[in-house]
Design a protein around this ligand. Structure first.
Ligand SMILES: [Zn+2]
Length: 398
């Protein structure tokens, strides 16, 4: 589904008001450049060089003749059904389920999936980086999700995206190129749950945190937020809406992108918005910074919830044109509204401003207040199922 330029414009105000996940210190909307057309306008697949890693011929001679009329049904791999899938998206898809599914995917697709623990949280959970495609490829891309606890609906989405690429690696194609060829030239990294402590807290409350010290800290943060009238919610509901890590640092405020200017009066941990004692003060943000430093990604795509919008900009953005182009590309398949708000303190913002900047976007899925209602999952899947292969193709052709 696609929005027309006009309908996308009409949505701007509503979507901007609904989205709570970025720090939007600069809410002024930049002028939206002309709509550049749907994703089908990206360069043809024939520009992808053949590395020889594919399982079959990829040259023009092997292409079937074009039918006079397009097929009524899009039989692309992401529209197929996987018999006996490993990943079963459910409400409150847990850290433990994700761990089991990573192991099961590795067992079913030996040699096609690598994973590593890139860090450990304050409450002792692992932060996983899952690598598919060709880990040694020069062209690398990172998909990152659930840096905010209550946005956990993006975790099954990303795990299902991984399973589809693995399941159809031999038989699928995208824009005329065999998946095997595209994946053979790309190292595709997924960090689907950057903040597992925050996810556990939002899903199951204080009892999900094992450390008594962290539990005590969380109760103290709630008391402070109540005293300062930052919340009027009962404790259980306050925890359901938890975004931060287990010591109350909003991880997407913990990066060095105008960090000093961000929320200067909030000086204690909280369910959201506290930026921490310094940029990269937290194990979760350090883990991301390390994996990014080690890999030289060409693009980073950040999954958040909610608002059905795409963010691409920050102050002093050194990758503005590239990031905007990525947002246009993502909008072509998701139908999400492109917003020019300039984010502060987030991973995307930091990477766009660094001395070796990286282009990126933030994709906000879902419409209902976080945690997004699981009844929205089928729509979210439809809108996002081709995002990973779309951006593999994108980095190979740009
Ligand atoms: Zn968020």
């Amino acid at each position: 589904m696609k929005f027309t330029h006009n309908s996308r414009k009409r949505m701007t105000k509503k979507a901007a008001a609904g989205c709570l996940c970025l720090s939007l210190a600069f809410m002024a909307l930049s002028p939206i450049p002309a709509w550049a057309g749907p994703a089908g306008d990206i360069p043809p697949a024939a520009t992808v060089p053949d590395s020889g890693s594919g399982s079959g011929p990829a040259g023009p001679g092997s292409a079937a003749p074009l039918p006079d009329t397009p097929p009524a049904v899009d039989d692309s791999f992401y529209n197929q059904t996987i018999t006996d899938p490993i990943v079963h998206p459910v409400d409150k898809y847990t850290y433990e389920q994700m761990e089991q599914d990573i192991l099961a995917l590795a067992a079913r697709y030996p040699g096609r999936i690598n994973y590593q623990v890139i860090g450990q949280t304050l409450d002792g959970r692992n932060i996983y980086d899952i690598i598919i495609g060709n880990p040694g490829a020069q062209k690398k891309i990172l998909f990152q999700g659930a840096i905010h606890g209550r946005e956990y609906i993006v975790v099954p989405l990303m795990m299902q995206q991984i399973e589809y690429l693995l399941a159809f690696q031999d038989t699928g194609s995208y824009l005329g190129q065999p998946l095997n060829v595209l994946m053979g030239q790309t190292a595709i990294h997924f960090v689907p749950m950057t903040n597992p402590d925050g996810v556990a807290l939002s899903q199951f409350g204080e009892g999900a945190i094992r450390s008594p010290e962290l539990q005590e800290g969380i109760r103290a943060m709630y008391a402070a937020d109540v005293a300062e009238e930052r919340t009027t919610l009962p404790y259980e509901q306050y925890l359901v809406r938890w975004k931060s890590n287990a010591r109350g640092v909003d991880l997407n405020h913990n990066f060095n992108a105008d960090w000093e200017a961000l929320n200067p009066t909030l000086n204690h941990g909280s369910s959201s918005d506290f930026k921490g004692s310094a940029p990269l003060s937290e194990p979760e943000t350090q883990a991301l910074a390390n994996v990014i430093a080690q890999n030289g990604f060409l693009a980073v795509i950040n999954y958040h919830a909610m608002g059905q919008v795409l963010y691409w900009d920050t102050k002093d953005n050194k990758k503005a044109a590239e990031s905007y182009d990525m947002a246009v590309t993502a909008s072509g398949v998701t139908g999400y509204q492109i917003l020019g708000s300039k984010g502060v303190g987030g991973l995307k913002d930091w990477l766009q401003r660094e001395s070796s900047p990286i282009a990126g976007i933030t994709i906000e899925v879902g419409r209902s207040a976080c945690p997004v209602a699981f009844s929205e999952y089928p729509t979210i899947w439809e809108q996002n199922k081709q995002i990973p292969i779309l951006f593999c193709h994108y980095i190979l052709t740009h």
